[in-house]
Design a protein around this ligand. Sequence first.
Ligand SMILES: Nc1nc2c(c(=O)[nH]1)N[C@H]1C(S)=C(S)[C@@H](COP(=O)(O)OP(=O)(O)OC[C@H]3O[C@@H](n4cnc5c(=O)[nH]c(N)nc54)[C@H](O)[C@@H]3O)O[C@H]1N2
Ligand SMILES: Nc1nc2c(c(=O)[nH]1)N[C@H]1C(S)=C(S)[C@@H](COP(=O)(O)OP(=O)(O)OC[C@H]3O[C@@H](n4cnc5c(=O)[nH]c(N)nc54)[C@H](O)[C@@H]3O)O[C@H]1N2
Ligand SMILES: [Mo]
Length: 721
Amino acid sequence: MTATVEPTSEQTSLTVLAACPHDCPDTCAMVVTVEDGVATEVRGNREMPYTDGGLCVKVDNYLDRVYSPERVLHPMRRVGPKGSGQFERISWEDAIAEIADRYRTIIAEDGPEAIMPCNYLGTQGILQGLNVGDPFFNKLGATVAERTYCDSGACTAYVMTMGDTAGVDPESFVHSRFILIWAANIMSTNLHLWPYVAEARKRGAKVVVVDPVRTRTANAADQHIAIRPGTDGALAMALMHVIITEGLTDEAYVAEHTVGFEELSERVQQYTPEWASEETGVPVEVIRTLAREYATSQPSVIRIGVAVERHAGGGQTVRALACLPALVGAWRNPGGGILQLPLWAFPVNWPAFMHPELQTPGTRVVNLFQLGEALTGGLELDPPLKSLFVYNSNPVVVCPDQDRMIAGLMREDLFTVVSEQFMTDTADYADIVLPATTQLEQTDVNFSWGHLYVTYNHQAIEALGEAVPNTELFRRLAAAMGFEEPCFRRTDEEMVAEAFDWSAPAMAGITIESLQERGWQRLNVPPADEYAPHAEGGFPTPSGKVEFVSSVAAGGNFVVPLFRQGSNDHQSGAPVDPLPHYIGPNEGRDSELAARFPLNLLSPKAHAFINSSYGNLARHRRVQKEPVLLINPEDAGERDIEDGATVRVFNDRGAFTVRAKVDASVMPGVTVSSLGHWRKHSIDLATPASLNPTAFADLGNAPTFSDTLVEVETVADAREA
Ligand SMILES: Nc1nc2c(c(=O)[nH]1)N[C@H]1C(S)=C(S)[C@@H](COP(=O)(O)OP(=O)(O)OC[C@H]3O[C@@H](n4cnc5c(=O)[nH]c(N)nc54)[C@H](O)[C@@H]3O)O[C@H]1N2
Ligand SMILES: Nc1nc2c(c(=O)[nH]1)N[C@H]1C(S)=C(S)[C@@H](COP(=O)(O)OP(=O)(O)OC[C@H]3O[C@@H](n4cnc5c(=O)[nH]c(N)nc54)[C@H](O)[C@@H]3O)O[C@H]1N2
Ligand SMILES: [Mo]
């Protein structure tokens, strides 16, 4: 297999090693066939053990994306009213000159903080991903975008408890005797983990899923525990209560490798299974049995999904879950412990990509969840925001508070630039649209947040039209702004060389050349069959132990720098109780709000989209089908909602209209409408984001998407009228 970078005219057919660009734990190794400069096939690389030649329903059809007639291929300037989608083609020179001119004027009149980037993980490689614009915006002095969409709260909680350890190698799941999948729909969102879970089951493991919804994953498991959204912390605390009061702890492991067991024992007294049952809706006996089986079936493993953090007490829930494996000594053997995101195993050279030293200390920080408020005067901002630069993200669909976001984007005095592959719901509101390449047209190197392999993505084809990679976009912008630092002139090849600390122990045996040659390489860690990273403790916390009483928590709340353009000088520092505890949902069922809005709305990931990406492509939309609202027959009956009826889902923040799907797979009190469908395809120009709150969870400024109370009513369908 050749790992060729540039197809040449003499070669008519070649294979190029690539890697999936998406924000997904699987980070698949891919092989691209290129004939006469045109990519004709994208498939999984069979040589890579973890992803094993498989792709998913999204990326199997990646060529639909690359060669879509809807690709944005040239810079464009808005000619119609904002949001009308009317643009004219302009040159790159004119686009860059216009941006630089507007920036100079805004900086002169209002200061650089009137400009703000808005980005996330449309592409997640080290070169083209989360941090690609950070040096530029840090140097510009722009408002710092705090981007805590995903796992920020869980990371804070996890680091507070166990430090930045990778946790359990997913490939050692085959050795687990008890697999507890908590708020993760693996069959849709982490497909390549499932074979390891299935193999463990074949060897006798029990698989339990904790989710308000009987998902595909829950269906495939041995047991599904339906839990009220946002009450996971109560269940986790009660599990510790049972384990400690029934003497099911691993006393020696606790004594040697943990801190604060006595305090924890005292703390969990109040969290009885009876109390937790009231809170969570899970029967008392189910809680007791789960605790006993989890503790005594060693090695046991917990796989936590990102969804566990998306409510008011999400951080403390992860704190509690992270304590459990140490309590029962699960870490002693391969396949025991917890898996959140093994990102920490990769010695990524983050400072070389974020350049935090270019940031002026004290620069204002605005969290992206508050962007709608920030753009419409709801936040007291001086200077107000005058320009937004969106790349790698589609905030209209993925950010809460959609109605205010749209109102903000409609502002005549807001200069909005969007770098995109497609005319998304956000790009429609741009003043300038810039064309971005897809993964086949760019170079990248990837860590993974779901396995322990580094992957390399060779550019397979020439860029289509005038599309450029994000790295090139920021080189052009930096040159136009006269930024002289060497980091703004680096080539992609130089960036690859800076991607990792190649001398770190985890990179032993991995060089740029070997990686380019093979396309993937496992980090230098023990084979999965022998890998028990914390059998002898050695946690990267200040004490070197699992901290039930967290010394880091005692220092207050914080956001991991990765999520904040590298800056570390804006930590909120709000005091945090150093012992795990239960925080119920903001929008709880006993609240005054619940009297008006008695149902909870979840907006989990769609099977055939990746966040809102692919939400425009015909084949993916056919697989995903039209957006629906899942509602339990009991709740539907009370509201005279029939299957297939058009319903309006609403709360004080907004409303959207969809078809109802009456479905007992969701528990009573819960409704579900997947993330990712585009606003412009909806019945009345709104998606679940119009109902989602901007409130932060308890730790790491995480979102509270699952903490959304709504009411549902039938309406006459405008489209049928
Ligand atoms: N097909 C597909 N795969 C993806 C993505 C995608 O969009 N589509 N996105 C990728 C990204 S960015 C991420 S972060 C991961 C996320 O992957 P997951 O963590 O699996 O994310 P979700 O699908 O949002 O939520 C998983 C489950 O959590 C449940 N849930 C929601 N709220 C609660 C709660 O309060 N308690 C409990 N116990 N369960 C709850 C939902 O019902 C859902 O079944 O997936 C990645 N993979
Ligand atoms: N209601 C609700 N909201 C959620 C969530 C939820 O569960 N429920 N999940 C949250 C989570 S976990 C996440 S991770 C976020 C995801 O939020 P985002 O990272 O914003 O994800 P996408 O919606 O896929 O938008 C990415 C955009 O980047 C573009 N893009 C892709 N590659 C490139 C590139 O190389 N260059 C440029 N310039 N653009 C590119 C794509 O075309 C796409 O439009 O959403 C969050 N929002
Ligand atoms: Mo995510």
